[in-house]
Design a protein around this ligand. Structure first.
Ligand SMILES: Cc1cc2nc3c(=O)[nH]c(=O)nc-3n(C[C@H](O)[C@H](O)[C@H](O)COP(=O)(O)OP(=O)(O)OC[C@H]3O[C@@H](n4cnc5c(N)ncnc54)[C@H](O)[C@@H]3O)c2cc1C
Length: 474
């Protein structure tokens, strides 16, 4: 096992993509095998924060004290069997995608940050643009190897329900505490996933490094589509774009079934024009779409279906972009990826604290939500950018306050959140709670549920060792 104690070698583990600067740890421990990890945990009494690739945006891998456990040596990818593959926690999404490139399979969860580790994506239940159709990380985890904070190890598979105690090697079975709380029904990555009769596995997925250390997982793969039809549609106003996004959910769409639907408001386009000067001058909103094509012979009919569909809509069709080959598809993904990166870079350069939302609601509130956001934001006098997963009613509102506007930005955030919670939405649909959104999570679940969720934490980590400071204070 590698142990790093020199502050300079520990420092890289005290940051992530959130700009949070309060990290502190006396040591970074890097086990080279499952047995080493178990041995270390059995002897350990210090708080532990698990480290993935550090691409998280909620400071959840940043420790406040104690020891960092990095799984960076768990990098193996196994053989594909029965449409699934066993993957070590530190394998990055990029490594996995490259491994699958020459196979008939693909792994759909596609957060735009491909340096993220599989362990990190499980711990945050990461999702991405293609989750609109294919689902989120949770939907692709068949089994996971997990070690609890006291060194008890378990291999959890689908079908092991919380109605029965959890059996672990080296300790008594664990009962799931009685809870009345249920996670919201919209896309959600906030706190623990709790549903009646669910799998134990689902509790660990999305638990933000607070319930167990996942050293590897068996992931479900899907047959690789022969192609993707994709494009960037431009609109001369925001509402026409919202209307198109809403219409794409209607049942009868004659072969149209996008897997990605990503929105850019006029301020997003303003920023993107610096890198993509060919964005049409009159565009005030854009929609990036993708549709997976199972077999090549289906490409032309699907393209025709989109063309007929869009002809009857309020799209700036002549100005819109349609991919002609795989290079264009990659370029459109870059277009989508560029914006959060630009904003992160801009925030770091200006020393600006990120005030970004990650909220989602159920379909029925979509149009109301869009109008509410626009009205509140435009009245705030604060610069802002809205983009993201419009197909899931999940938009990222990024407030970009000047120095004297930080308090006001917090108020705007609160106003948006109060409304989202009135609609039974979530405060985090993909990034998780970490250390930065605990206040919002508390409001979302309420005091009674928070106590129930703390009982779950204590059942699995009775000495309160793992991921302390994430999700809620205990
Ligand atoms: C530009 C950019 C774009 C992004 N876009 C998206 C997006 O579209 N969708 C999305 O969901 N996210 C997105 N993210 C956020 C981030 O990529 C995800 O949260 C990702 O899942 C984090 O993985 P990581 O390996 O970097 O985890 P880290 O940041 O290292 O850790 C995140 C959490 O996981 C825990 N953890 C890590 N590994 C393990 C493990 N093996 N066992 C138990 N707990 C563990 C940590 O303790 C921590 O709580 C984006 C980030 C950036 C910078």
């Amino acid at each position: 096992m590698i142990r790093k104690t020199d502050p300079q070698t520990v420092a890289p583990y005290l940051i992530d993509a959130s700009n949070y600067s309060g990290g502190c740890a006396s040591e970074a421990v890097i086990p080279e095998s499952l047995d080493e990890l178990i041995g270390f945990l059995r002897a350990n009494r210090q708080p532990i924060t698990v480290s993935g690739a550090g691409t998280g945006v909620t400071a959840s891998r940043i420790p406040s004290s104690g020891t960092v456990v990095s799984l960076e040596r768990f990098k193996t990818i196994g053989e594909i069997a029965d449409g699934s593959v066993e993957v070590g926690a530190a394998v990055s999404l990029r490594d996995l995608q490259e491994f699958l490139q020459d196979t008939p399979y693909f792994y759909p969860p596609n957060p735009t940050e491909t340096l993220a580790s599989i362990g990190g994506t499980l711990a945050t239940n990461a999702s991405g643009s293609r989750s609109h159709k294919f689902g989120v990380t949770r939907d692709f985890v068949l089994e996971a190897q997990i070690v609890l904070a006291d060194g008890r190890a378990l291999r959890l598979a689908r079908g092991a329900k919380i109605d029965r105690p959890l059996e672990c090697e080296g300790g008594p079975p664990i009962e799931f505490p009685h809870t009345r709380y249920e996670s919201p029904r919209c896309k959600n990555a906030a706190g623990y996933y709790v549903r009646p009769g669910m799998d134990w596995l689902d509790l660990f997925i999305g638990s933000d490094g607070t319930l167990g250390i996942m050293t590897g997982a068996r992931l479900k793969l899907l047959p690789r589509p022969a192609d993707f039809l994709s494009g960037v549609l431009f609109f001369d106003g925001e509402e026409p774009c919202w209307r198109l996004a809403a219409s794409l959910r209607e049942p009868d769409r004659q072969g149209i079934s996008p897997c990605s639907l990503e929105y850019f408001d006029s301020f997003s386009l303003g920023r993107l024009r610096r890198k993509f000067p060919n964005i049409p001058g009159r565009a005030r909103a854009a929609l990036f779409f993708e549709q997976d094509i199972a077999e090549r012979k289906d490409y032309e009919p699907v393209l025709e279906a989109w063309s007929d569909y869009l002809n009857a809509r309020e799209v700036l069709l002549d100005d819109s972009w349609f991919a002609r080959d795989a290079r264009d598809v990659r370029a459109f993904h870059e277009f989508r990826h560029e914006l959060p990166q630009m904003l992160n870079e801009e925030n770091s350069r200006l020393g600006r604290v990120k005030v970004g939302t990650d909220m989602a609601v159920a379909d029925e509130y979509f149009m109301e939500m869009m109008r509410f956001y626009r009205n509140i934001l435009s009245a705030s006098g604060i610069e802002y950018v809205v983009f993201g997963h419009i197909g899931d009613n999940h938009l990222h509102v990024n407030l970009l306050p000047e120095e004297g506007q930080v308090g006001k930005a917090g108020e705007v955030y609160q106003t948006l959140m109060d409304k989202v919670l009135e609609w039974n939405g979530t405060v985090s649909a993909e990034h998780g709670i970490g250390k930065l959104k605990k206040k919002y999570y508390r409001q979302m679940v309420g005091e009674r549920a928070l106590e129930e969720l703390k009982r779950i934490k204590k059942a699995l980590d009775p000495n309160l060792i793992l991921g302390i400071g994430n999700t809620f204070d205990i």
